[in-house]
Design a protein around this ligand. Sequence first.
Ligand SMILES: [Zn+2]
Length: 338
Amino acid sequence: MPLITKKAEVLAVYAEAAANKWVIPCFCTENLTTTEAILSAVLAHGQKLNRPDLPISIAITNLYKGRQQTVNYTGTRKWNLGLKLFLQDLKVLMGEDSPFAGLRVLIHLDHIQHDADQELLEWDMSQFSSIMYDASTVSFEDNIRLTREFVDRHGQEIVIEGACDEIKEATRAHADGDDDLTTAERAEDYLKRTGVDMFVANLGTEHRAAASTLHYRGDLAREIRQVTGHKTVLHGASSVSTEEIANLFDDGICKVNIWTTLERDTAPALLEDMLRNIAKIIPSGRIEELKQEGLLGSNISSQDGKTDIGFFTNSYRQQVFKLEMEKIITEYLQTWYR
Ligand SMILES: [Zn+2]
C-alpha cells in the first residue's frame, strides 16, 4: 500500500508523524527527474534511520498563477495530461517491482484555485491524499465561505488544507510590512468556521524567493499552536535558511511545502558542470565562435577532447539535476526526520 490516499490512512500518517515529532515534508515536482530525486533521497534517508517506510508527500500545482506545474509537466502544455502523467509516474515508481515500493507516498494537490481550477475540482478527489484548497486571494469572509462549501462537499473523501492567509510572492513589492501575518485569533476563527484538517498560515516566508533574507516567525506559529494544535502548514520554506526552520514541530507545524530551492539551486550546478565539460558537449568550432562572441572566456579550451555521448544527452543533464536535488532534499529530511 505505498500510495496512501484513503483519508483515514492519510490522517493516521500525520498522527504517527506527530507522535514521532516529525514534520511531513511535501516537495512539489513538475517533472519525472524531480519526482525520482524526492523518492531516492527519502529512501536513502529512511534506510539510514532504519525506517524504510518513511512517509513523504509529493505535490503538484495546477492552474495556480505562481507556478502551473501540471502545465509544465508535458510539452503539450495541457494540465489534464500533465496531471495524468504525474499520477502515472507515481503509480509506476511505487509499483511492486520498484526500489521505492516500501515507501509511503502521499499525493498532494497544491494551491488548487477555487476559481481557475473548477474543472479539476470535478475530478475524483479520492485518488489524491490531500488538497490545498486555495481561496486566499479573496476577502477573508469569502475565503471562509468558499472553503466551508468545499469541506462540506469533499471533506469525507480527502484531507483538506485551507489557506488562512495569502503567502506573498517574492517579486511583489511589500512595503506593507508584517500587517498580514496570521494571528492566533484569526487562525482559530478560520479553522473553526471552515472545518479544514490543516491550514496554511503566513509566518513571514515568501514564495519563489531568490535569497534567504527573510525571517520565519516561530513566535507567531507557537501562539497559533496554543489554540489550534499541530495543524499549521508552512509554505515558502525556500525563502529562509534551514536553521530557521529546524524546530518546526515544536512550533505546531505538521507539514512544510518546498519547491523553489529544488530548481533554483540545481540550475547553477548544471551550468557549471556543462561549462567544465564543454569540449565534450559541443564541437570545437562552436566553442571558438562562442569565445569570439564573448560568451566564453579565453581559458576555455576547445582542444581537450571530442564530443562524448555521456555529456550531451538529456540523461546526463537529468543526472546532474537529480544528484543536486537529492542533496537539497536530504538536508530537509535530516532537519525534520530525526
Ligand atoms: Zn505555496
